[in-house]
Ligand binder design. Sequence first.
Ligand code: UGA
Length: 462
Amino acid sequence: MAMVALKCPEIEVVVVDINEERIKAWNSEKLPIYEPGLLEVVKECRGRNLFFSTDTKKHVGEADVVFVSVNTPTKTHGIGAGRAADLTYWEGAARLIASVSTSSKIVVEKSTVPVKTAEAIGKVLKRNCLNPDVKFEILSNPEFLAEGTAMEDLQHPDRVLIGGSDTPSGQKAIQTLAEVYAHWIPRERILTANLWSAELAKLTANAFLAQRISSINAISALCEATGADVSQVAHAIGTDSRIGGKFLNASVGFGGSCFQKDILNLCYVCESVGLKEVADYWLQVVSMNDYQKQRFVERVIGAMFNTVSGKKIAVYGFAFKKDTGDTRETPAIDVCKGLIRDGAKCCIYDPEVKAEQIFRDLSAPKFEWDRPNYSRSQSHILENVQVQSDPVAAADGAHAICVLTEWDEFKKYDFAALYEKMVKPAFIFDGRNILDHAKLREIGFITYALGKPLDPFLVKGY
Ligand code: UGA
């Protein structure tokens, strides 16, 4: 919305939320999310044609176009638990729009939703609006930006996708929204489709991206077993223009609020229309991701003489990727929990993630992070977690360092100095393949790099 406000000065954009604290933060110098370049854009537009407010009734009521970007968490109980998207918040938003609307509106699905959500939302809007003259046109306009590069992605997207119904009013609504984007995006990059294609395209895009990561991660396990190097394999296949080089970085696993959730959602849709084989196929992408995280934990424990009990392990990076403070579904959660279950004491450092968030994540039950008020499960996990604001202190007295996020600053650390402070033998487990492994070995570290030929120490397992 900030980008729309920046590029379309004649359009008034009001971002509304029922959460007062968040709106307060959006109106301050410290935005509630960390995204490079966002603050500058917000500052340029705020008070001009970009506003943040909790007065949903007024602003939704007055709007011509309403973008709905509410949470769609995975259901934790009832039918479809663990797979289906919970549309409670979406339905709530639709009821609100219907109840305050005195003029016709275009309602845009911005949050990722299951296929055919527009149909359900249409019914809620129609049945809850008392004014018979008010008409709603629903569009699907999925977002393809990635965190950390959001501003660049928004400024120069590969494409914008707008789905709408085939009726004349549906086509008119598509054109209205297309004109907004045409302020800065070439027309040929603004794709139009029917509603269901647009909704499904979003889930499919994320499924394909995640599938590439799971595919290369599967190969990383084979590389370790055979002495091949996953970076060389990725480079060799990525130069085939049909495959392409992006999204082939082996990692400790993909995270983020979308990949797993969207695939589970896709699987649920497949199952509900009787396509079990198709659902099973995509589910493997998530299973492989879980396997990769588990494999990493086993590697750490196995290398350290099959016991991490009472050992301090420094964890570098908790965010699900670099340049973001976002920790939703970060692989670090499962890795830390896995290590702690075996008795390790994790000392976590991340340049952007707050201690409070880390404790919250490590105590949250699966899938609950996307709900505002989940109940905390009391566990022994937290007793074995420490959060450090200094990477050197995190490594002091540690037996191992695990790199779980690819933050650039990790590459610049003085590892010789860190080595001096650690218990010997000192281990490094690079879950992102960002460090200079030859140099680390020279210093004396026993070094594990994902998908790379193993140190003799690790092969023999003594
Ligand atoms: C992803 C998609 O890339 C966006 O196009 C999409 O709009 C977004 O989800 C969404 O649906 O909201 P995002 O989750 O922000 O974006 O970040 P990605 O760059 O896709 O990274 C996802 C995860 O995959 C991260 O944990 C990252 O470290 C991991 N990854 C990525 C790898 O392990 N290897 C790679 O080669 C690339």
